[in-house]
Ligand binder design. Structure first.
Ligand SMILES: Cc1cc2nc3c(=O)[nH]c(=O)nc-3n(C[C@H](O)[C@H](O)[C@H](O)COP(=O)(O)OP(=O)(O)OC[C@H]3O[C@@H](n4cnc5c(N)ncnc54)[C@H](O)[C@@H]3O)c2cc1C
Length: 490
């Protein structure tokens, strides 16, 4: 029977305990958390992959949403990223191209014959049903969705409902004994076969004690600071939208996450371009509020070289963090946990298991970080030194040479109408690229190979517009997200 000690009682700590307890009921699991060190207190927007983790644990959202101030999320909206005054969505789910007898490239053909088409129209055409709900503030649980919730409350809910066998110890870890095999004891009395470091940015076990080096991603992702606060609804019907809104401002961007009882918001910025006090002023100006109580957060952006070293595994912020533009914090937690339980399922562990876990986590993390960096690389904003830095930076070594080909794969799929390249590992790149006016093909290349056919492209455009119109008609009777949530929360 393996004995595991988790250190840290933030959402990473309790998600780890819940996962291990549910999959390895015979393990002896303890979680030690400090009474004095607070959890990070942010992390309210999730990704749809959380559903798979919930399925594994048998968690139903109807059970927890009302305990965590929860709401539903169908998309991420990016406002003012490409240029001021423009926006686009990256909706969850799959492009509805089969249903519309269309291909992803069709929208670009529409843009070529009607150049005034807004970039935001891409998501409306390619995900007509999902976007019809989003545009009208409606919700139906059949749609691909994730959640907006209070991550601290979610951790506590897991503790009370899914960690009943985990021994909970309130104690500050002050003394750590170690030898060549890793950690020997915590506070001279707690001993385990495996220690899981969930101590947040502190990274007490992996970083501080085992001194595993940290690979900073600050060149690729310069944002390292945030101000976070909570605001009340003024007009809940209008403001409780089923998406996270990210708005680019002077030195970074502001998140807007509508929960059931209030809105979570914060300004993520780079200390290389603005000091904290000026950033707070910019945040207040953006919110049009002077009287907010915001808390300052310093972020360590990057990943430790290895996450599983000797008898220590880091999960959550203690392992690493990408700035939160694509809501990847909790995503990293559950995806790393999936890889950990796969390796632990063999009953014991060896260097093979450590190497396998480290390789898989690093690969996922790095490709996600590169995806986030593309949101800046494709921008054409030039109104502040921060955005001019993005505009003039040489990204080539970081991004253009992506092995998983976020950009190469996208470009490679340019010409053939029958290529459904969303099956390639481009993830959500096509949405971000369309929103930023970066096309997989161009009119000159199409003309050169005789692929430009104006009448055909006009027919294709009509087909796309019809599917948009039909989607709006089909969802007329669906309930608003507010009404849907009232049934859960009241
Ligand atoms: C600005 C910002 C915005 C974010 N937004 C999102 C988002 O929208 N979506 C998302 O998915 N993620 C987001 N994240 C990430 C998310 O907040 C974290 O991934 C998640 O909350 C997990 O945090 P954690 O449990 O690793 O760390 P923490 O919440 O910091 O918990 C650390 C725990 O370790 C304990 N501890 C520390 N030292 C000791 C010690 N010596 N002894 C005992 N216990 C100790 C503390 O008491 C605490 O319980 C965001 C992060 C930041 C910084």
């Amino acid at each position: 029977m393996m004995k595991i000690i988790i250190v840290g009682g933030g959402s990473a700590g309790w998600m780890t305990a819940a996962t291990l307890e549910s999959q390895f009921p015979n393990y002896n699991i303890s979680l030690i958390e400090s009474k004095n060190i607070k959890t990070i207190g942010v992390g309210e927007s999730t990704l749809q992959h959380i559903q798979q983790w919930m399925t594994l644990l048998g968690i139903k959202d109807s059970d927890f949403l009302k305990h965590v101030d929860g709401s539903y999320k169908l998309s991420i909206k990016f406002t003012d990223f490409y240029k001021k005054g423009e926006y686009f969505h990256y909706p969850f789910g799959f492009p509805e191209i089969e249903k519309n007898q269309a291909s992803l490239n069709d929208w670009w053909f529409k843009k070529f014959v009607y150049p005034d088409t807004l970039n935001s129209d891409y998501a409306d055409c390619i995900y007509p049903t999902q976007m019809a709900f989003i545009n009208q503030n409606k919700f139906n649980p059949q749609l691909r969705h994730a959640y907006h919730f209070d991550a601290t409350k979610f951790g506590l809910w897991l503790k009370n409902n899914y960690c009943k066998k985990t021994k909970h110890i309130l104690e500050d870890i002050k003394t750590i004994e170690k030898n060549e095999d890793g950690i020997v004891s915590l506070n001279k009395k707690h001993k385990a076969d495996l220690y899981i470091d969930c101590t947040g940015f502190e990274s007490l076990l992996l970083g501080k004690t085992l001194e595993e080096p940290f690979d900073s991603y600050s060149d690729m992702l310069p944002n390292d600071s945030a101000w976070a606060t909570k605001i009340n609804y003024k007009n809940k019907k209008k403001e409780l939208v089923p998406y996270t809104n990210c708005t680019a401002i002077e030195n970074g961007w502001v998140w807007n996450i509508p929960l059931w009882s209030r809105i979570g918001t914060g300004y993520v910025y780079s200390s290389k371009f603005v000091d904290d006090e000026t950033a707070l002023k910019q945040f207040k100006k953006f919110l049009k509020k002077d009287d907010i109580e915001a808390h300052k957060i310093k972020m360590k952006v990057g990943l430790h070289k290895r996450l599983w070293v000797k008898n220590v595994v880091a999960i959550g912020l203690s392992a690493g963090f990408i700035e939160p533009l694509e809501s990847n914090g909790l995503f990293t937690v559950h995806e790393f946990l999936m890889k950990l339980i796969r390796n632990l399922s063999r009953g014991d562990f060896s260097q093979w298991d450590r190497d396998n876990f480290n390789y898989a986590c690093k690969r996922l993390f790095k490709s996600f970080a590169e995806f986030v960096a593309l949101h800046y690389a494709l921008s054409h904003r030039n109104d502040t030194p921060y955005w001019r830095h993005c505009l003039n930076k040489t990204w080539s070594s970081d991004l253009i040479d992506l092995k998983q080909s976020h950009i190469k794969g996208f470009q490679g799929a340019a010409f053939d109408r029958d290529v459904s390249y969303h099956h390639d590992p481009t993830g959500g790149l096509h949405c971000i690229a369309a929103g930023m006016n970066w096309s997989p093909t161009d009119i000159y290349s199409l003309k050169r190979v005789g692929g430009y056919n104006e009448n055909n492209f006009k027919d294709i455009s009509k087909n796309l517009d019809n599917s948009k119109k039909n989607a709006l008609i089909n969802i007329k009777k669906e309930s608003s997200i507010l009404d849907y949530l009232k049934k859960i929360h009241n």
